[in-house]
Write a protein that binds this ligand. Structure first.
Ligand code: SF4
Length: 261
């Protein structure tokens, strides 16, 4: 139970109650399994929910446990990841599966490949039910605006509060157009809305470089072809091919790029 104690704790109660009524029904919210939560978190990084849904369904059907993915070749995981972008996430997920399959989950989750403080907190909150708020860009923005003194915590309701903050940041308390006056469940007593500072309190985003013609695009083209055909002539783009091999996203057989194992 959340014990009421001050205006901010009361706001957290309201947030949790709102989530109970209107929280989005998403497949990764129907599980408390660490692996399934990790798959979701890896896919959701910098990627909209709607885009992730079919990938999450395919991944969790094909590799429902870390042991299942650990047995797969990395090239198969990367092929299934095609179109989601940032393939390092798939490589790290595969590497984490192999660690967990052999040694189990480490005490310090950040010891897993690709698991930083945010993802570790997400596993603790969304799988283990701990009262730990995973702070990504959305959550940081909501906390900065609504809880300027810091997140007050949600004893016994950490899972709901964490999920609610995600929905609030995605739908209501957005970066450029917060919907303060359109029914935001935390409007009453919101310091940023009262002070008209919501947009000013948006943390700066790193500008994204052009995708067209970028190394990211060139590497993506090679990976797509690898997924389709199993190998590709590295001479097509030696620089991009070399960077894929250096990162373990592809293997090399002489002058031919092959799927990573
Ligand atoms: S009232 Fe506005 S600034 Fe405050 S939490 Fe809601 S959307 Fe964000």
């Amino acid at each position: 139970m959340i014990r009421p104690g001050g205006a901010h704790a009361e706001a957290v109660v309201r947030l949790v109650e709102w989530f109970g009524r209107e929280g989005a029904d998403l497949p990764w919210r129907r599980t408390r399994d660490r692996w399934l939560v990790l798959v979701a978190e890896a896919q959701l990084q910098a990627t909209p929910v709607a885009r992730v849904l079919p990938y999450y369904a395919r991944f969790t059907a094909r590799w429902p446990t870390p042991a299942d993915m650990a047995r797969a070749e990395l090239g198969d995981v990367l092929a299934e990841w095609q179109g989601l972008g940032y393939p390092r996430r798939a490589r790290n997920l595969h590497a984490a599966a192999r660690v967990v399959a052999v040694d189990g989950w480490p005490d310090r989750l950040t010891d897993l490949p690709g698991v930083g403080p945010y993802t570790a907190a997400a596993i603790r909150c969304f799988a283990d039910g701990e009262d730990v708020l995973p702070v990504d860009t959305n959550a940081a923005r909501v906390v900065a605006r609504r809880f300027p003194g810091g997140w007050p915590g949600a004893p016994g309701r950490g899972w709901e509060a964490g999920q609610a903050i995600m929905d609030l940041g995605r739908i209501w308390c957005t970066a450029r157009a917060p919907r303060c006056g359109s029914g935001c469940p935390l409007r009453d007593g919101c310091p940023a809305a009262d002070g008209g500072t919501a947009v000013a309190l948006t943390p700066a985003r790193r500008p994204q470089g052009r995708y067209e013609g970028s190394m990211r695009q060139r590497r993506g083209a090679l990976l797509r072809e690898l997924a389709d055909r199993g190998e590709v002539d590295a001479a097509r783009d030696p620089e991009a091919a070399a960077s894929l091999v250096a990162e373990g996203l592809a293997g090399a057989r002489g002058p031919v790029l092959v799927r990573a194992r």
